[in-house]
Design a protein around this ligand. Structure first.
Ligand code: G3H
Ligand code: 13P
Ligand code: ZN
Length: 331
């Protein structure tokens, strides 16, 4: 039997995006796969009074189990109430690649889905996205589409090179598909290695500085679909202090470079109203866990290493909401 997100106390993205576009901030979309990540996201967003998008990839769904996830989402809403300040919570499918997967999520309590047809031809992307929108809207669920390809790994899809979004396509795509938001490609990419050292310049401290985002493309898109909600994937900043902790405690992360926070802050002030962050959370967790093990090799109680990881994640998300996305105090 299908379960509606409304029965779980979740909301879709419609009103959240309208307010974010008008208010010049972005709603955080943080990926989670397990309990500690979900707790950290909710604790940080309640403490900063930020709306939140709990984001689940198809890999995460396989990892955590669809039934458990649905009940975790129900629990998330109750937990937020228990924490004493009610924030809107969205449960979103990240990078859905088929109609069947999107339908299954909609039937299992998701309030928002992404159909990522960006690897198909333009016409195939339009047809697939439209089909998902028709089913989703009949159930009150909002849909994110994508135009342009980001470099990096998304589940099983690996793109070597990014293809920027073509502004001349966005109006037609939005009109023909009926999507509620659009993910675009303007120079972000997935993972912790977004740029090769050759693509970067070095500052006086030897830190690699990546090429800037393509803000002219974003401006051109905004001119063609004014006020339409825009989404940025691949928006981790790859904090160098976390990379240093990982490497100082037995890790081997080379040339890890992300998107500078000032650029994301600038994007969040535009029609960009959803910013996706996963890798930074992975780095923060890994750094905390490696440090604990290095300092106390005899530790074997998962709470003793997952606990500090959760705390570090919470701090990271609070910082993003307050200083990067501008979503703090907006719930
Ligand atoms: O865009 C990809 C997200 O970071 C999810 O990654 O497919 O490994 O869960 P994943
Ligand atoms: P990062 O790998 O930059 O965190 O991007 C995550 C993302 O786009 C999830 O959809
Ligand atoms: Zn993504």
């Amino acid at each position: 039997m299908a379960i509606s997100y409304k029965d779980l106390g979740l909301v879709n993205t419609k009103e959240l995006f309208e307010k974010a576009v008008a208010g010049g901030y972005a709603i955080p979309a943080y990926n989670f796969n397990n309990l500690e990540q979900m707790q950290a996201i909710l604790l940080a967003c309640v403490e900063t009074k930020s709306p939140v998008i709990l984001q689940v990839s198809s890999g995460a769904r396989k990892y955590a189990n669809a039934t458990l996830l649905r009940n975790m989402a129900r629990g998330a809403v109750e937990y937020v109430k228990e924490l004493g300040y009610e924030i809107p919570v969205v449960l979103h499918l990240d990078h859905g690649d088929t109609f069947e997967l999107c339908k299954d999520c909609i039937d299992n309590g998701f309030s928002s889905v992404m159909i990522d047809g960006s690897h198909h031809s333009y016409e195939e992307n339009v047809a697939l996205t439209k089909k998902v929108v028709e089913y989703a809207h009949a159930h009150g669920v909002t849909v994110e589409g994508e135009l342009g390809v980001l470099a990096g790994v998304e589940d099983d899809v690996v793109a070597e090179e990014s293809t920027y979004t073509r502004p001349e396509e966005v109006e037609d795509f939005v009109k023909r598909t009926g999507v509620d938001s659009l993910a675009i490609s303007i120079g972000t990419s997935h993972g912790a290695h977004k740029f090769t050292p050759e693509q970067c310049t070095k500052n006086e401290d030897g830190i690699l500085i990546p090429p800037p985002l393509q803000f002219e493309i974003l401006e051109e898109i905004e001119k063609r679909i004014p006020g339409f909600p825009i989404v940025l994937h691949g928006s981790s900043s790859v904090p160098q202090d976390q990379v240093a902790i990982i490497n100082a405690n037995g890790g081997a992360l080379k040339a890890a470079v992300g998107i500078p926070e000032e650029q994301l802050r600038k994007a969040a002030k535009s029609a960009v109203c959803k910013i996706n962050i996963d890798s930074d959370g992975r780095l923060a967790m890994t750094a905390a866990i490696r440090k604990t093990f290095n300092e106390n090799p005899g530790e074997f109680d998962p709470r003793k290493y997952l606990g500090p990881a959760r705390e570090s994640l919470k701090e990271l998300y609070m910082h993003k909401n307050e200083n990067v996305l501008g979503s703090a105090q907006k719930a």
